[in-house]
Structures are given as C-alpha cells and as structure tokens.
Write a protein that binds this ligand. Structure first.
Ligand code: DLL
Length: 434
C-alpha cells in the first residue's frame, strides 16, 4: 500500500520544486536563527541568496558529527526550547552523544515517514505491529511507535529483549508485523528452535529490520527461518530516526522520503558530489525539520542512489542496501574490508551460523595486522568428525580469501558461544593502536 500517493508518487520535477522551496526557507531560517550556521556559512563565503536552485545545495558547508558533539545538547536548536516536545539521543561508540530535539511538527513528519515505511512493507490499519526495537532515548522504539499510531494499526510496544515473552506475544496478539534489529531476528529464530516453537506457524508475515548493517544472505536466512518477508529500513538519530528510507514490496533498495530528507552522495575523501549510481558517503539535509535542522549532514554511511523508477509506483529515488560505514571499514594490511562482506560470505557456507567476531591485532615484532575470525559452527557440523571440521575451516579460509582478498585466521567455535544482541550487534574488536 502507498500511504501518501500525493507525495510519494509525485512528478519528479514537481518534487524538485518542492525541495527547492523548502531548502530556501530552511537556509534563510537557520542563517538568521542559529549562530552556528551563520558562522559556518560566513566562513564558507555563502549567503542564503546564493541558493537559486536545488543543485546549489553543493555550495553549502557540511555538518559533521563533531559539530553536533561540540554543540551538545542544544547548540543547534533553531526554535525556542519551549517548542521542543521530545528528545532522542544516540550514544554512538565513542565520545559525547548526539541529540535530536523534535517540535510537534517534527514528530508529525517522523510519524508520516514511518507510516509510509510501514505501509511500504505491506502494513495497514488491520495489522498488529510488535515492536521489539528498544524504547527510550534510542529512536527505534518510539519511531515505529509514532508511525504505527499514524497508520492506525495496533502497536505492541514490547521493546527489545525478553525473547520468550516476545514469542508468546507474537502468538497471543497474533502480531502480523514484527520490528527489531536483523541480528535479534536471527537470535529469536535460534531461541524458538530451542523452545520447540515453529515460527512459521505464527501469524507474522513481514519483518522490518534495520539500525545495523546486514546482508542479502542474512535476509534470505531470516525469511526462511521465520517464513516472512524481511524489509530493510534505514535512519539515523541526527536526521530523525528510522523511516528516512525503507524498502517497498520490490525489496530492491530503500525509497528515501525525499520531500522531507534531501539525499546526496559525496566522495568521502574530497567532499565532491557524485552522480546517482556512484558509491560514496550519504549526506542528508532535513527539509522540514524545525527543532534541530541539519544542513548537508555527513552520515559516514556508504551506499549509492538508485535513480531508476521502481515498479511499485513511487517516484522517490532509492538508496542501495548499505555497504558499511566509512568508520567501520577495517583496513587490514592495506585492504578495505567491511564486516558486512564477511557476513555475506559466511551465510553462503554450509555448517556455519552467521554469528562471528573479528579481532584485529598488530604483531609487535612484524608490525603487521593480524585478523582473526571466530565463526560459530552449527550444532550438526560440530558433532561431526574432527577431519570434517578441519575441512570446514579450510573452506571458510578459501572463501574469505577469494571474497575479501586477504587471509584471515579462522577459528571455529562451539555453537552458541558468541555473544547475542537484542539491539545493535558488535562484530569487531580492534586492539590495534593505530
Ligand atoms: O539506528 C535508527 C534506526 C532505528 C534505523 C531502527 C532503523 C531501524 P542510530 O542509532 O542513530 O539510529 O544509528 C544510525 O545505524 O548511520 C547506520 O550506520 C546504521 N543503520 C541504520 N539503519 C541501517 C540499515 C538508528 N538499514 C546508524 N542498514 C546509521 C545498515 C543501518 N545500517
């Protein structure tokens, strides 16, 4: 179902005009209302009047995560604080958290973006949506919650964790749509098996998974284990939370809610804009946000924009499934490796589970990087003879070498020994002091 055909299926030229009108308002407003932006624009020698078409956005300076950290918590507010009705925060892995502060109108836009996303994944008023994203300062729980209210579906606000209760609620409330991180969806499948629960017998028909990188292989595995359609959803706290972009029934790239969030792709090294179809760093400008509007925010996420129109009827451009982040890219002996590549390779190998941990060390004598990949063996393979396990190890080694171009030290570990996550998973430990 298309939630808002007027805006999602709008003629592309008309959408560009709308984006330009919104950008123009935004730039004028932040220049006058937020000293941080006025200083940035002045330093870059650009005035609001220099923005005469949407492509002129490239004249504006970028905003970065460190800008947000330096202005924590309220330095980027573009309205009086009395207008703020909700705040969220992302803790990140290091340093000061970043804050998003929403006015009532911002919450409405977020709910709209999320309602479109839920509808894109086939949900409607008649559905029961069980929401296992964490509630609290993290945007996952509340984002799906606001969107479900707008859609008019029933929300089960269970939050993350408590797997047995999740399974019971899926059954008792007959939840038809389930939302959580992809790693938690897999963990639930594992727990369900242990408890003798057949997920396929439950009424769930769709899952909307995001908040962390996952692979096409993992999608297939989740769809098989759960007997559902698994949709990818993207978002980040700084821009609004989940719902910035989401897949439709075609499951081929995530439609960006472009009337609200203007996407660009840049070369992460030079900052130059790249054309649609070219891979680079995703940058967003919030076109309607009042509380903490962001101009050309560098997400550090890597993808490309898919310009071709989708068969679903929406005219919005899509972003490809994320390849990783500029800051989780591991450089191992000079080769760029993303955890998602490792995951994708593992999912195709029989006898292993997609649970893994990469540990990076630097050898103090040779000064070379050493990467160890711990892989969990499936219960069946583990009970096999030692020589078969050795053959499995050699196979993983060969697959990794051919897919990544480097040799990882493979260590097979017993089933269920690698930590499970109910929210975002952590797959890399980097002990190198670089
Ligand atoms: O993770 C918002 C969210 C909640 C998205 C629920 C989807 C579902 P943050 O905690 O600020 O916000 O983390 C944002 O997570 O910059 C990406 O690196 C990563 N991320 C989010 N969605 C995806 C996805 C939420 N579908 C950061 N694929 C982003 C890959 C994703 N990475």
């Amino acid at each position: 179902m298309i939630w808002n055909p007027e805006l999602e299926c709008m003629d592309r030229a008309a959408r560009k005009r709308l984006q330009f009108a919104r950008l123009k308002n935004l730039v004028e407003h932040v220049y006058n209302a937020v000293p941080f932006y006025r200083q940035k624009f002045d330093a870059a020698g650009v005035k609001p009047s220099d923005i005469t078409c949407i492509a002129d956005i490239a004249k504006l300076p970028f905003t970065t995560k460190s800008d947000l950290r330096e202005t924590y918590p309220y330095g980027l507010l573009a309205v009086p604080q009395s207008e703020i009705v909700e705040v969220h925060m992302s803790s990140g892995t290091t340093g000061t958290p970043v804050v998003d502060a929403y006015t009532d109108s911002d919450l409405n836009d977020w709910a709209e973006a999320m309602a479109r996303s839920l509808a894109g994944a086939g949900a409607c008023k008649n559905d029961t949506i069980q929401n296992a994203y964490g509630y609290g300062l993290f945007t996952g729980g509340m984002g799906v919650h606001h969107g479900t209210r707008k859609l008019g579906a029933t929300i089960v606000p269970i939050s993350s964790g408590n797997t047995e209760k999740q399974l019971a609620m899926l059954r008792d409330f007959k939840s038809s749509v389930f939302t959580c991180t992809p790693s938690y969806a897999l963990y639930m499948a594992e727990r369900a098996k242990e408890l003798g629960i057949d997920l396929k017998a439950l009424p769930v028909r769709a899952g909307i998974f995001g908040a962390e990188p996952w692979s096409e292989g993992m999608r297939i595995k989740i769809e098989e284990e759960w007997g559902i359609k698994a949709y990818d959803i993207y978002g980040l706290t700084e821009i609004t939370g989940p719902g910035v972009a989401c897949e439709c029934e075609a499951q081929n790239g995530m439609h960006v809610n472009e009337d609200l969030f203007y996407p660009e792709i840049i070369n992460p090294e030079t900052g130059e804009p790249l054309p649609d179809g070219e891979k680079g760093e995703l940058v967003f400008t919030t076109l309607t946000k009042q509380g903490t509007p962001l101009i050309r925010y560098r997400t550090r996420d890597i993808t490309f924009i898919m310009d071709e129109e989708c068969g679903c009827g929406r005219t919005t451009r899509r972003i490809h499934r994320l390849f990783g982040r500029t800051d989780d890219m591991m450089i191992i002996r000079g080769v760029n490796v993303f955890p998602s590549q490792v995951e994708n390779a593992l999912v195709g190998i029989k006898g292993v589970e997609p649970n893994y941990l990469i540990t990076l060390n630097r050898n103090p004598n040779t000064h070379l990087d050493e990467a160890e990949l711990q892989v969990e063996v499936s219960a069946e393979a583990f009970s096999d003879e030692t020589k078969n396990l050795e053959a499995l190890r050699a196979n993983i080694d060969a697959v990794m070498k051919s897919k990544l171009g480097i040799h990882l030290k493979i260590k097979l570990v017993e089933p269920k020994t690698i930590e499970r996550f109910t929210g975002k998973s952590k797959r890399v430990i980097d002990n190198r002091k670089l």
